[in-house]
Design a protein around this ligand. Structure first.
Ligand SMILES: Cc1ncc(COP(=O)(O)O)c(C=O)c1O
Length: 349
């Protein structure tokens, strides 16, 4: 006889992103950096990787100082996390009890719902409306209740690529002073809009950043969560003390010390996004204008067929048609990679 898990876990739908056998393909399915991290990150890892270094539990003193300088935020306002995923988890564990409401736009990053459900919260969703997929501000404001304990927003949003401006974020923060409002800025570098400057003003604001996307370090699992110091002290209490491993900490430090690498990659990716969008238009494929390093195209009832045909050509893209009719999300990296996808699309579309 097997053990019965908690009811919240029994009720959850399993979430299995397609992570297997990706290595030899052109990976345009996870919005990662498509060329790799700064070479300086590897150099630093090699320099600091010694047998002794691996024997000791991580010491975050250096990385915290470096990141605090880089983000221009006092270190008391920053929590180092095992990717954004841990930021979401710690935030939920700190502020959400079973039965509380968590408000999330749909479609959005799957882990918001995931951690809210694990915690036994009630998830309320607010829909982005295709084809434009503008941020559903009014609908979201209307769904805030006294039971809303967290509001989780990706800016720009995955998978739509659409952003939300600071006035709308301020309206949400004011309408829900009793809720933890997370602005997940995983794709910040591609759009330049950040809520970090609002932290002073709003004690219910939390902002996350990650090294998984533009920095090309998804495998290392490292990110940051920012908020006012009293909140960060509580988040700390709810976080396991060594969730970020020492190599990830070293890599994060080296990564922010090579800002040019990131700026160059962003310039290339934005040019590639324009190229892909123009190519879509030529082929008569509609898409959602994007502020991130991916484009959501509308392929009608051929979405799965297009995904599979590209996979046969060793190009991985992500089907999102189960949540946005006809939607397939394609990561942008270099111009050359965008040309490669377009060349294949031309053959099959
Ligand atoms: C909006 C958003 N947040 C966070 C993440 C993942 O972040 P991390 O790798 O830092 O856990 C993703 C990845 O797809 C994402 O789309």
């Amino acid at each position: 006889m097997s053990l019965n898990p908690r009811e919240a876990v029994q009720k959850m739908a399993p979430y299995h992103p397609p992570t297997g056998n990706r290595a030899t393909n052109l990976r345009l399915d996870f919005n990662e950096n498509t060329v790799g991290c700064s070479p300086q990150v590897i150099q630093r890892l090699v320099q600091r990787l010694t047998r002794e270094a691996l024997t000791v539990y991580p010491d975050y003193t250096r990385v915290r100082r470096t990141l605090s300088e880089f983000f221009q935020i006092p270190s008391e306002r920053m929590l180092l996390t095992n990717g954004t995923d841990e930021a979401i988890q710690v935030l939920i564990n700190t502020y959400v009890d079973p039965g509380d409401e968590v408000l999330v736009p749909r479609p959005s990053y799957a882990m918001y719902r995931f951690y809210a459900e694990v915690a036994g919260a009630t998830v309320t969703e607010v829909d982005y409306a295709p084809p434009v997929c503008a941020f559903p501000l009014e609908a979201l404001l209307a769904k805030i209740t006294p039971a809303t304990k967290a509001i989780l927003i990706s800016n720009p949003n995955n998978p739509t690529g659409t952003g939300v401006g600071l006035p709308a974020i301020e309206a949400i923060l004011k309408a829900a002073p009793h809720a933890a409002v997370l602005i997940d800025e995983a794709y910040y570098e591609f759009c330049g809009v950040t809520a970090l400057g609002l932290i002073d003003q709003f004690p219910n604001l939390f902002v996350s950043r990650t090294f998984s996307k533009v920095y090309g370090m998804a495998a290392l699992r490292v990110g940051c969560l920012f908020s006012q110091e009293t909140n960060v002290a509580f988040l700390h209490k709810a976080q396991s003390p060594y969730s970020v491993n020492a190599l990830a900490a070293i890599a994060a430090e080296a990564a922010v010390e090579d800002p040019e690498y990131v700026t160059d990659y962003v310039t290339e990716a934005l040019a590639a996004r324009t190229l892909l969008a123009e190519g879509f238009t030529k082929l008569g494929i509609e898409y959602v204008p994007s502020s991130a390093n991916f484009l959501l195209g509308y392929f009608g009832n051929r979405a799965l067929e297009v995904r599979d045909a590209l996979r046969d050509k060793a190009i991985l893209v992500r089907d999102r048609s189960y949540e946005i009719p006809g939607g397939v999300r394609i990561t942008v990296g270099t111009k050359e990679q965008a040309r490669q996808v377009l060349a294949e699309l031309e053959k099959i579309w």
